[in-house]
Design a protein around this ligand. Structure first.
Ligand code: BDP
Length: 678
């Protein structure tokens, strides 16, 4: 036993060789730290035995448990402890990935009818133990809500990550396939620990070179590494690839030569990667090529690729579309284009819809396509990387945003979560040592995985289990840090886009406030398009007197959305004197919201300062520094926004609110050409 534990510790040292156990508190180990359980109950876990399978995945489940238990309980168990039995059984009622954990005759059993079920069961047991639960008290019976739970990387082959704030691409494209960094295994393991089972490894603004033989070899090397962890690899495909790299004169989806090219390309990929997941496609959106270039529909394009792939995989076709030539309210365009195509997509096509109708804003209503395409498989796309919520420098736990989006009632046969079959998240990982650019952004990766597994999990529970595993299971710590996390996204909404404002961020890079921008080529690239503020009032009229985007929702839902003051300026253009339910006029309420956001960030800083005794110095200091940056930037957002609203409305700030620190022209003169991620 002792020797086995020693071996496991050695293994651990090797696996984290670049950091080493001594420097482990740099965040590299994520929520898989397995900090020793100090007051281990008498019921300490003992040896792990595996039966019913010896697949690479089952062996990983066993080894993962063995290793992690030696970390959680470094002193072992008196009398050998409670044995853990990993059992692969035949049970047609148990879906892929499902598992049960319960006391058994001779210990505690993790039972599954699939190897991935054993792996997820192993991680689930560790999650419970990692929170300090006693082994004998753990009973779980779980199955994933969706068969496909995927990350979308916006990584480019040159290592740059679009909207990436955690360094360079996590994939070392240049050295692949000859060299596969050990980090790829740690990455797959982290994903598996939260149930993620698909990764799209390149940017939706795709380069056709990803489909060339030398890149297929690189993708294969990744697929081989990820496979034992239950993860399938997908590629973003550029629609014009037959022209770009195939020597054809057209990419028309109805052209027989184009169809044959894609079929041959799919065959070539499947020969190298038999379990290749499929293609993700951004077409006819923001200048990307697509079937409409040839007068064909999105369904024509998607179905052509679906035929090339056949039953071997899935085509995920994005509904994030809007066009410069189109005068229609941007919030309406995806619905207008896609809803009439309901029922026209092939069986292995999934239409992927962003959570809201514009673009990953701090707060949006849910996308009206959810529930409106009952004869089409829909995926929900969330953004884990915080393009519009302060990049990696602002602490914003996205659990509440995800929960709100998934739980929204579509009024058309269930919640958003109930109308989709796939969950996708735009990844926030990169080459940074702590994976996500900031320690707290790890929580967003974690929350995404947990909600893709079970969209009904309350986000405060997710925050708690993440914080316990990542920092400390001390109750005093958790009771302080969980409320801090839970209020953080609302704080961002307050100091950036209160009361339904949207897309008022700096142009292009989306860093910092710039509600005044009005000189860009396309109308919907300008913040003024979204807020429409003038001397009389502010907001986008999406009622019948305006764009009537409201009519895209079920009537009852439209009524509810219209009454929701948190979305006031999303749906309505109102006078600065508009009276809110709390009695304030809009002009009184706006500064109150901005100030509330700034104060909330100050409180987060104060709370975090009290938590120093619970967190290692390195991570504590990093978070504290970032919270100071956030405090400064929240103030900047508040001041710049109020200076501008004041100038447009011709009104002085109501009494009791401090004047902005600089004149409006100072804020307007700020430039950030070096902001990351653009
Ligand atoms: C926007 C991003 C842009 C992406 C686009 C998309 O600013 O970089 O390419 O979404 O999702 O939010 O395609």
């Amino acid at each position: 036993m002792v020797t086995a534990r020693l071996c496991a510790l050695l293994l651990l040292a090797v696996s984290f060789a670049t950091g080493g156990a001594a420097r482990a508190e740099d965040g590299y180990r994520l929520w898989l730290r397995h900090a020793p359980v100090a007051d281990a109950a008498q019921q300490t876990p003992g040896s792990v035995t595996l039966s019913g399978s010896d697949s690479p995945t089952a062996l990983l489940a066993r080894d993962e448990l063995t290793r992690a238990l030696s970390e959680l309980y470094p002193h072992g168990a008196a009398g050998g402890g409670t044995p853990i039995l990993l059992r692969r059984v035949t049970d047609p009622a148990m879906r892929d990935g499902a598992f049960r954990i319960a006391p058994a005759e001779r210990g505690v059993a993790i039972i599954a009818a699939s190897d991935t079920g054993l792996l997820y069961g192993a991680f689930a047991l560790l999650r419970e133990l990692g929170q300090g639960k006693a082994i004998g008290a753990i009973r779980l019976d779980e199955a994933p809500a969706y068969t496909l739970r995927m990350l979308n990387h916006w990584d480019n082959p040159d290592g740059h990550v679009e909207r990436g704030y955690a360094g360079r691409s996590i994939f070392d494209w240049w050295h692949l396939p000859g060299y596969v960094d050990a980090r790829m295994t740690d990455y797959a393991r982290a994903n598996a620990s939260i149930g993620i089972n698909g990764v799209v490894i390149n940017n939706v603004n795709a380069r056709a070179m990803m489909l060339e033989p030398r890149y297929i070899a690189k993708v294969k090397a990744l697929a081989d590494t990820f496979r034992p962890w239950g993860i399938r690899v997908y590629v973003s495909a550029r629609f014009s690839a037959p022209r770009d790299i195939g020597g054809l004169k057209t990419a028309d989806p109805l052209d027989p030569a184009v169809r044959a090219w894609w079929k041959a390309k799919a065959d070539e990929i499947y020969t190298a990667i038999p379990d290749f997941g499929g293609f993700l496609v951004k077409a006819n959106s923001e200048g990307q090529p697509g079937p409409q270039d040839y007068g064909r529909s999105h369904a024509d394009g998607a179905n052509m690729l679906a035929e090339a792939i056949g039953e071997r995989g899935t085509v995920i076709w994005r509904a994030f579309v809007y066009a410069a030539e189109n005068k229609e309210d941007r919030a309406k365009q995806a619905f207008t284009e896609f809803q009439p195509l309901d029922g026209k997509f092939a069986k292995n096509v999934v239409v992927q819809v962003k959570n809201g109708p514009i673009d990953f804003q701090p707060r949006e209503p849910f996308h009206p396509l959810f529930g409106a395409m009952p004869r089409t498989q829909l995926a929900m796309e969330l953004q884990i990387t915080k393009e519009y919520l302060g990049f990696a420098s602002h602490l914003a736990f996205l659990g509440p945003l995800f929960e709100e989006a998934l739980g929204a009632d579509t009024g058309r046969g269930g919640s958003v979560a109930e109308t989709v079959t796939v969950i996708a998240g735009v990844a926030n990982t990169g080459s940074d040592r702590n994976w996500t650019g900031s320690h707290f952004d790890q929580a967003n990766w974690y929350a995404f995985g947990r909600l893709a597994w079970n969209p009904k999990l309350p986000s405060d529970q997710i925050a708690r289990e993440w914080a316990a595993q990542t920092f400390s299971r001390d109750t005093a710590f958790l009771n302080a840090v969980v409320p801090m996390m839970m209020s953080s996204r609302a704080a961002v909404v307050d100091y950036m886009t209160p009361l339904g404002l949207a897309h008022v961020m700096g142009t292009g890079h989306h860093y910092g406030p710039a509600p005044w921008v009005s000189d860009l080529a396309r109308p919907e690239w300008n913040p003024v398009y979204y807020h429409r503020a003038d001397r009389a009032g502010i907001g986008f009229d999406r009622t019948p007197t305006g764009s009537n985007a409201l009519a895209q929702y079920a009537p009852d839902v439209a009524k509810r959305l219209l009454a929701d003051e948190e979305l006031l300026l999303w749906f309505r253009h109102v006078s600065w004197d508009h009276r809110l339910k709390n009695g304030n006029t809009l002009w009184e309420e706006l500064p109150r919201r901005y100030d509330r956001g700034v104060a909330a960030v100050a409180r987060m800083g104060a709370t975090w300062a009290t938590l120093a005794p619970h967190v290692d110095t390195q991570r504590h200091r990093a978070v504290a520094d970032f919270l100071r940056v956030q405090a400064d930037e929240a103030q900047w957002w508040r001041d710049a926004s109020l200076a501008y609203w004041s100038a447009v409305s011709g009104r002085a700030l109501p009494a009791g609110h401090a004047a902005p620190r600089h004149p409006l022209s100072w804020y307007q003169a700020q430039r950030f050409p070096e902001a990351p991620g653009e």
